[in-house]
Design a protein around this ligand. Structure first.
Ligand code: MEV
Length: 328
C-alpha cells in the first residue's frame, strides 16, 4: 500500500443555470485547468493534521475521534468534514493507531469563486480512497463530497463537486440526478474577476427571500432559466457561439431579476458586449466573483481590454479540463 498520494482536481465556471439549479433545475458547468492539489500521508498517530497555507491554515491537528467537534478554522472545514464523513462510512479506518496528514495547495485564488472548497473536498476523499484502497466509484465520491458540502453550507446543488470529479463540460441536475458530459472541445470564454469576493450561502439566502415574497414570479424565472439551459446545451455542442452568447445575455437578465448582479458586474458585462463579445454574464452565485464572456479570436483582444478598463482582472483559464486525477 502507498503511504503518500497526491491528487488534483480542477476548478469550475458556471456557464448557465446558477441559482435555478438549487431548485431542481439543470445547469451547465465547465471545469477549468487551474487545479487544487491534496497530498495525503499516513502518519503513526491517530490524528488529523492539515497544512493549507493558501487559506491560512498551518500546523492544524486534532485527534481523529474529535473530527467535526469544537471550533474549526474556516480554511480547514471542508477537508476536516470530508475526512470525518469518509471515516463514518469506513469506521475501520479510524479505529487503529494510524492517522492522516493532508497538505493542500491551489493554483487559483480562493477569491475567484472557482470552487476551491469543493475541489479540496473531492481531492481529499479521492486521495484517501486511493491510499486505503477503498475503490470508491465516481458516484460514491460525489455522494460523500456533496454530503460534506451540505454539512457545512447547508445549501447548494453539488454542481461544483461534479465538475471537480468528472471534469469537462457537464449538463447537471440538482444533487447529481443527472450528470451528463458534453462532448465538446474548449470554449472561447474570457473570464474577468471583479475583485469582490462573494459568499454563496448569503446569495442563495437572498434569492430565497425574494422567492418567498414572490413565489410564482421567481418559480417562473427558474423555469425560463431551465428552458434556456435546454436550448444552450445543443448550441454548445454544435459550437453555435452566437446563439450561446445570446442565451448568456438572457440568462444574465434573469440573474439581474433575481437580485444577484451588481453595478461592478454589470459594468464589466456591458463593456465586454460593447467591445463585440457575443454575450456575457456573471458566473456563479453573483454579488462579485467573475464574469464570463464569449468572444471569437478576432474579438478577444478588444474584449479583454474593455473588461480590464472596467476595473476587472482577466483570469486566464482553459476550459473543459480533466476531472480529479492521481498525480503521484
Ligand atoms: C454558486 O456558484 C451557484 C449556485 O447555483 C449554488 C449552487 O448551485 O450550489 C448559486
Amino acid at each position: 500500500m502507498n503511504k503518500t498520494i497526491t491528487v488534483s482536481a480542477p476548478g469550475k465556471l458556471m456557464l448557465f443555470g446558477e441559482h435555478a439549479v438549487v431548485y431542481n433545475r439543470p445547469c451547465i458547468v465547465t471545469a477549468v485547468d487551474q487545479r487544487m492539489r491534496a497530498t495525503v500521508e499516513l502518519v503513526e498517530t491517530p490524528e488529523f493534521q492539515l497544512e493549507a497555507a493558501d487559506v491560512k491554515v498551518t500546523g492544524y491537528k486534532k485527534a481523529l475521534s474529535e473530527l467535526g467537534k469544537g471550533d474549526i478554522p474556516k480554511g480547514a472545514q471542508f477537508v476536516e468534514i470530508a475526512v470525518k464523513n469518509i471515516l463514518q462510512r469506513h469506521p475501520e479506518l479510524g479505529s487503529g493507531s494510524a492517522g492522516l496528514r493532508i497538505t493542500t495547495t491551489s493554483e487559483f485564488s480562493s477569491q475567484f469563486g472557482f470552487g476551491s472548497s469543493s475541489a479540496s473536498t473531492v481531492c481529499t476523499i479521492k486521495a484517501i480512497s486511493e491510499l486505503l484502497a477503498l475503490n470508491l466509484s465516481q458516484k460514491e465520491l460525489f455522494d460523500i463530497a456533496f454530503k460534506t458540502v451540505l454539512d457545512i453550507q447547508g445549501k447548494g446543488s453539488g454542481f461544483d463537486v461534479a465538475a471537480a470529479i468528472y471534469g469537462g463540460t457537464i449538463y447537471f441536475v440538482t444533487g447529481g440526478k443527472v450528470i451528463e458530459p458534453l462532448q465538446i472541445p474548449t470554449l472561447p470564454l474570457l473570464v474577468g474577476y471583479s475583485g469582490v469576493k462573494a459568499d454563496t450561502v448569503t446569495l442563495i439566502n437572498k434569492v430565497k427571500e425574494t422567492s418567498d415574497a414572490y413565489p410564482e414570479i421567481i418559480d417562473g424565472i427558474y423555469t425560463n432559466i431551465e428552458k434556456l439551459v435546454e436550448r444552450a446545451k445543443p448550441a454548445i455542442i454544435a459550437q453555435e457561439w452566437k446563439t450561446v452568447g445570446e442565451l448568456m445575455n438572457i440568462n444574465q437578465g434573469y440573474l439581474d431579476a433575481l437580485g444577484v448582479s451588481t453595478k461592478k458586474l454589470a459594468t464589466m458585462i456591458y463593456s465586454a458586449k460593447d467591445a463585440g463579445a457575443y454575450g456575457a454574464k456573471l458566473s456563479g452565485a453573483g454579488g462579485g466573483d467573475c464574469i464570463i464572456s464569449l468572444a471569437t479570436d478576432a474579438q478577444r483582444n478588444a474584449v479583454e481590454t474593455a473588461i480590464t478598463q472596467a476595473g476587472a482582472e482577466i483570469v486566464s483559464v482553459t476550459t473543459n479540463a480533466e476531472g480529479v486525477r492521481i498525480e503521484k
